[in-house]
Ligand binder design. Structure first.
Ligand code: GDP
Ligand code: MG
Length: 716
């Protein structure tokens, strides 16, 4: 008995040329109409090709698959229920953006699919040049061009259909992304559906999730029958998801999702179509003409970022704009005042309970306060970046940077985490940056970005640079900072390239950058989001940094020097300074510092620097304060206030070469514990954080040694 014939379904907008192609393929003579609504019923015909007789179904023309009209329901039901072996989506190439809207919805059903760009003659007449290969890669489907009324391209199309039906295994189209935070909530609903229903059969669980969130009655009824008593859970998850989206965008969920689909279609068109000659442009296109321009684009980017940092630093720290009892203060000043007040509050304890006072003052107030002092800055930065994201600009940043970053094995969107980490100069944080890599959908792109993000100059490295530059490069401050900034990028990009070539190998994935139309940002949503992100940072200060501060404090305070050793060679009691130095040397931290000295000497670091660097692994905020403590304890008399920068500048063992080697080491060595912890969480394995720690420390050490050794030859 012969096998039942395979089936091809033709889908597309009205007037895209489906019937023309249907007639060409089957040799029948259905009515070709140039107005919509004629092909309401499905029509069938047979076609001969390499794999024998094939049934071809001409679906009614639709603009969408939302089940608003009988045509849409017929088209969708055929694809889901009849399960054709192949869906051929015929689109009007002269009207790509509108036609792709249906394509995107077809793709979401994830059938085996071929895209036909029909009416390519009209597209060319309108001055559109379409990059077929790129489109095929981006959408994950084969693309063929035809001119159906002149029978051009039909043979090629039949040949492609043949191939697609003969291949073994299913190659579904690419996943459609809705961008942050919609993808996230879709994922959550999808998970609930999967756990409630289990196998969703021929329905893609992601498609069900999207349709439920859109609130489509037909799919709601379908899921009700599939889930039965579990439907309550699903419904709850869906309501939560819809509410989340509506709160965030302050609009109804169905229109937001539709808008994102159009955004995706617009992204595809922008990626694949170049305009020759004239074509009408909409407001967004006109803005993009300038914002995504080859020359102006990057200039505008630099200007925007400069403005961002200017505003952030001024608002958080430099401008005193909050009225307070004692006059006007800055937000950072306010936080610092609070911790100063706390410190004063416990000052009387210094005499009666010196150990407890030292713990509270140095480890708790000093450490946590130092970190919380950054909260205003971080909040304001998140807020402004959120505004840029919401109005649609950040998507363009990725678009502009894509070409450059691709050379180094990254992609355009990687720029955003790098910016969060401090890539625009200095003063970010790798912790939110690692979390920001979630915007990258491809696992490999994400990993590589995650591993190079810590090389950027985060806010915690700044004090170290500032202190050393003041001491050794006082006349070249700007140049020195600029040099460090360039170096951080050079190292990050080269490392990305190395990782892509040898460690996390793989084809770079082309991506569709959703280019949503520009709109006025939703301040409420942005505000809520910034508060959430800032709260994560505060939690880090209250947990990890507090714990580590206590640990470092203990390591520098214990074990206590035995009484009999607190004397000099002649048996006399030591002076306060020598005693302090000896006590520090005897402590755990001191011993670690000494133990590392034989190795660290290569890079010019003595045991005191080693102590600071070791505590810096916990949190880079600790480096300067640890150096201050270590050097002030061991080398300075009591009384006059200690100035670390001045002290190092005057010290005969220190010089510009050693300082430079130290700065480079601090810039590149192991990411701090908090970063390690998020890399662990985000990569879901211990392998990558461990790799990051060893690899970056190794790299930092090698570079520091090279700088120190070469520097000492060049500058004797
Ligand atoms: P359907 O409604 O999607 O089935 O589209 P039809 O097959 O009825 O075609 C609509 C109109 O477009 C007809 O007048 C066709 O002759 C015309 N047409 C179809 N393909 C092409 C093409 O590739 N180029 C041009 N210029 N016209 C085409
Ligand atoms: Mg027709």
């Amino acid at each position: 008995m012969p096998l039942p014939p395979k089936t091809i379904a033709l889908a597309g907008n009205p007037n895209a040329g489906k019937t023309s192609i249907f007639n060409e393929m089957t040799g029948s003579a259905q009515q070709v109409s140039n107005y919509p609504g004629v092909t309401v019923e499905r029509k069938e015909g047979m076609m001969r090709c390499g794999c024998g007789r094939v049934r071809v179904i001409d679906l009614p023309g639709t603009y969408s698959l939302s089940a608003y009209s009988p045509e849409e329901v017929i088209a969708r039901d055929v694809i889901i229920n009849d399960q054709p072996d192949l869906v051929v989506n015929i689109i009007d190439a002269s009207n790509l953006e509108r036609n792709l809207y249906l394509t995107i919805q077809l793709m979401e059903l994830r059938p085996e699919m071929i895209l036909v760009l029909n009416m390519i003659d009209r597209a060319e007449k309108n001055g559109l040049a379409i990059d077929i290969e790129k489109m095929s890669k981006l959408l994950g489907v084969g693309v063929v061009t035809t001119i159906a009324n002149r029978s051009e391209g039909i043979k090629k199309l039949v040949c492609q259909c043949d191939q697609a039906m003969n291949q073994t295994g299913h190659t579904p189209p690419a996943l459609i992304t809705y961008g942050h935070p919609i993808d996230e909530v879709i994922g959550r609903v999808q998970a609930v559906i999967e756990s409630a229903i289990g196998n969703t059969g021929r329905y893609q669980s992601r498609w069900l999730a999207v349709k439920l969130i859109e609130g489509e009655d037909q799919v709601i009824r379908l899921v009700q029958t599939m889930a039965r008593e579990h439907y309550g859970e699903i419904n709850q998850a869906v309501n939560r998801a819809a509410k989340h989206i509506e709160d965030h965008f302050n609009d109804d969920v169905a229109s937001i999702i539709a808008e994102r689909r159009f955004g995706f279609a617009a992204g595809v068109v922008r990626e694949c179509v170049t305009l020759r000659g004239q074509a009408r442009q909409q407001a967004t296109d006109q803005i993009d003409e300038i914002v995504c321009h080859k020359v102006f684009g990057p200039l505008i980017l630099v200007a925007a970022v400069t403005a961002l940092f200017f505003a952030v630093f001024k608002l958080s720290d430099e401008w005193r704009w909050i009225p307070w009892l004692s006059g006007m203060v800055s937000p950072t000043g306010l936080v610092e005042m609070f911790f100063g007040w706390l410190s004063g509050l416990i000052a009387p304890m210094a005499q009666s309970m010196p150990t407890l006072h030292s713990i509270l003052d140095d480890a708790v107030i000093g450490g946590v306060g130092g970190v919380l002092g950054f909260v205003p800055l971080i909040f304001i930065m998140f807020f402004f970046i959120g505004i840029l994201e919401d109005c649609g600009y950040v998507a363009r940043v990725a678009f502009i940077m894509d070409r450059i970053l691709r050379i180094f094995g990254l992609q355009g969107k990687s720029i955003l985490p790098m910016i969060v980490a401090g890539g625009l100069g200095a003063g970010g944080c790798a912790v939110p940056a690692v979390m920001a890599t979630r915007i990258l959908r491809d696992e490999k792109d994400r990993l590589i970005t995650m591993l190079v993000v810590p090389f950027m100059n985060c806010g915690a490295k700044l004090p170290v640079f500032a202190m050393l530059i003041a001491a050794f490069f006082p006349h070249a401050r700007t140049r020195a900072m600029l040099g460090l900034w360039v170096l951080s990028w050079v190292v990050a990009l080269i490392c990305a390239l190395i990782l892509r070539k040898w460690v996390i190998k793989g084809e770079q994935t082309p991506f569709v950058m959703e280019l949503p139309s520009y709109h006025i940002p939703m301040v409420k949503g942005v505000l809520r989001h910034s508060i959430e992100r800032t709260w994560l940072y505060i939690k880090k200060a209250g947990t990890i940094i507090l714990a580590v501060n206590l640990l470092v404090w203990a390591a520098m305070s214990f074990p206590k020097l035995p009484q009999e050793q607190a004397v000099n060679d002649l048996g006399q009691p030591l002076a306060a300074v020598e005693l302090a130095e000896k006590e520090l040397g005897y402590s755990f931290a001191g011993r670690i510092g000494h133990a590392l000295e034989p190795l660290s000497e290569w890079a010019g670091f003595d045991w005191r620097t080693n102590i600071a660097l070791a505590s810096g692994f916990a949190a880079k905020e600790l480096i300067v304060s640890a150096m201050g403590t270590v050097y002030s304890i061991s080398e300075q008399g009591e009384g006059e206030p200690f100035n670390l920068s001045q002290h190092l500048a005057e010290s005969p063992q220190w010089g510009p070469v050693r300082a430079f080697a130290l700065m480079v080491f601090v810039m590149l060595y192991a990411p701090c514990l908090a970063t390690v912890a998020v890399i662990r969480r985000e990569s879901n394995s211990w392998k990558w954080p461990a790799f990051s720690v060893f690899w970056s420390t190794f790299l930092a050490f090698v570079l520091a040694v090279v700088i120190y050794q070469l520097g000492n030859i060049v500058i004797p």
